[in-house]
Design a protein around this ligand. Structure first.
Ligand code: ACO
Length: 448
């Protein structure tokens, strides 16, 4: 924009007659107009800096708490159209991937940009399968947690601790090292998660089994008992969990992913970056919502109490929320929620119907007709039905967010790799608008 600056205090602003990709801004303080190029529907925030009232003015900034309208990066991984309810990974509609792919196939797509051919897929699966074991000392670290420690706390702590086992991970610009950490992270997250689960039950850990698929192995580590040698996860449950993993694998620049990129931008290793991203995911407004949905459905208790609960939410004016409803980006159905809702029926055919489903369906039915929710464009999100499936397959409520973090790891790493290869990226460092006191002199303690 700098070069396009024109002083129009005396000359009328010269707005081009032919349409072009630019915006003209008039600063009423000075009477100057500026032109900023528009690229991909954005202007560069740095272009605003040259809008000044005088040489001592720092220059104009944009103020955007919670990044409501700020793109912090360019990305080629995930596309969302929140108004139309569209989600695509690398261009492929989520519906097609959920129907036709395995989770590891999708993880490969996210990381490498293309679906793998047979040979690439077999190699990829082999590399993940052969990195699932964790260091015995990490297992001992798991032992040190209290029996009632939250599984997300254990997962976050142990994945951060992996940083100390793999010091080569600090070579973030070394591609072979990055590839190795990618295998380790995707392979070991289920092991850490399953060990955390077994620890909370006081049961012996079940080691990974290389004869099983990614999801089968995870279920095996969770539910196999030493006494039951012939445990084999139900294929419908295996497929359902695999689809849930696909649906949760990436979701562009959400809170957790923004943390992953932010930590990654300081060139910290990927283990601590994933720990940070997982910590963000833990919150009840983000991935922790699936846990809250189940608590909410239990609190409602029965279908007949749904209308009263909806009224309470409306009266609460944002204090009490309908968990699993609403989304920063989707102002329409979350396409993932539609797939999960259909899948819940398949799972319940195997596990028996979860009575909380009827409460969820009634909540959805009433909310979608209620003006409060309609006006605010609040629709079910990915967390509304996922918890019901997790519960049906035997997971305790506290473990739900862990089941989100496992597949999201592939998305986090894909975003981290993209960040490191982007020549425009620098260490993340937002600006602030300072509203505190001006300069004042120190007051000794006895005079305060
Ligand atoms: N129940 C009731 N009211 C809601 C809900 C809800 N679930 N979500 C938003 N609203 C209301 C707000 O009170 C606000 O009303 P107002 O305009 O009268 O003040 C309006 O809708 C807009 O809400 P915001 O909080 O400004 O929307 P934002 O984009 O910041 O929030 C969020 C998005 C955090 C997801 C929100 O919808 C929410 O808290 N939902 C429940 C938690 C949840 O399900 N989170 C999971 C999201 S998916 C994911 O992270 C994986």
């Amino acid at each position: 924009m700098g070069t396009a600056e024109t002083n129009t205090a005396d000359a009328p602003s010269r707005v081009s007659e032919s349409p072009r990709d630019a915006i003209t801004i008039r600063d009423e303080r000075t009477g100057r107009t500026y032109e900023a190029p528009i690229t991909h529907g954005t202007i560069r925030a740095m272009d605003l800096r040259q809008i000044k009232t005088g040489p001592d003015d720092f220059g104009l900034m944009s103020y955007d708490p919670a990044y409501l309208n700020t793109a912090s990066c360019t990305s080629r991984i995930t596309f969302i159209d929140g108004d139309k309810g569209i989600l695509r990974y690398r261009g492929y509609p989520i519906e097609q991937l959920a129907e036709k792919c395995s989770y590891l196939e999708v993880a490969y797509l996210l990381l490498y940009g293309e679906l793998p051919n047979r040979q690439q897929y077999d190699e990829w699966v082999h590399n993940i399968t052969y990195h699932t074991m964790i260091h015995e000392s990490l297992k001992k670290l798991m032992d040190t947690f209290n029996y009632d420690a939250h599984p997300m706390g254990m997962l976050i702590a142990t994945v951060a601790a992996m940083s100390t086992f793999y010091p080569d991970a600090r070579n973030v610009h070394d591609e072979p090292s990055r590839t190795k950490q990618t295998y380790r992270l995707i392979a070991k997250m289920p092991t850490l998660a399953a060990f955390a689960y077994k620890h909370s039950l006081g049961m012996p850990y079940v080691y990974p089994d290389n004869d099983l698929s990614y999801t089968e192995n995870f279920l095996n580590m969770l539910f196999k008992m030493p006494a039951a040698r012939n445990y084999r996860p139900n294929p419908t449950i295996v497929r359902a969990l695999d689809v849930l993993f696909i649906l949760h694998a990436d979701h562009e620049q959400n809170c957790g992913t923004a943390v992953m990129r932010s930590i990654g931008s300081s060139h910290a290793d990927p283990y601590v970056a994933v720990a940070g991203a997982a910590a963000a995911l833990y919150g009840p407004l983000h991935g922790g919502a699936n846990e809250e949905v189940l608590r909410m459905l239990q609190e409602v208790g029965s279908v007949s109490k749904v209308p009263a609960f909806i009224e309470e939410v409306k009266k609460g004016k944002g204090e009490k929320r309908l968990m699993g409803f609403g989304h920063r980006v989707y102002k329409n159905f979350d396409p993932r929620a539609k797939i999960i809702k259909r899948m819940a029926e398949e799972v319940f055919e195997v596990t028996g119907r979860n009575p909380l489903l009827d409460i969820a369906l009634e909540l959805e039915r009433i909310a979608l007709q209620d003006d409060y929710f309609v006006r605010r464009k609040l629709y079910p999100n990915v967390d509304f039905y996922s918890g019901l499936i997790y519960q049906a397959i035997g997971m305790p409520t506290a473990d739900f967010t862990v089941l989100f973090a496992i597949p999201r790891t592939s998305g986090w790493i894909a975003q981290w790799q993209e960040l490191l290869e982007d020549p425009e990226e620098k260490i993340a460092r937002p600006r602030q608008v300072y509203l505190g006191p001006g300069e004042r002199d120190f007051v000794p303690m006895e005079q305060r």
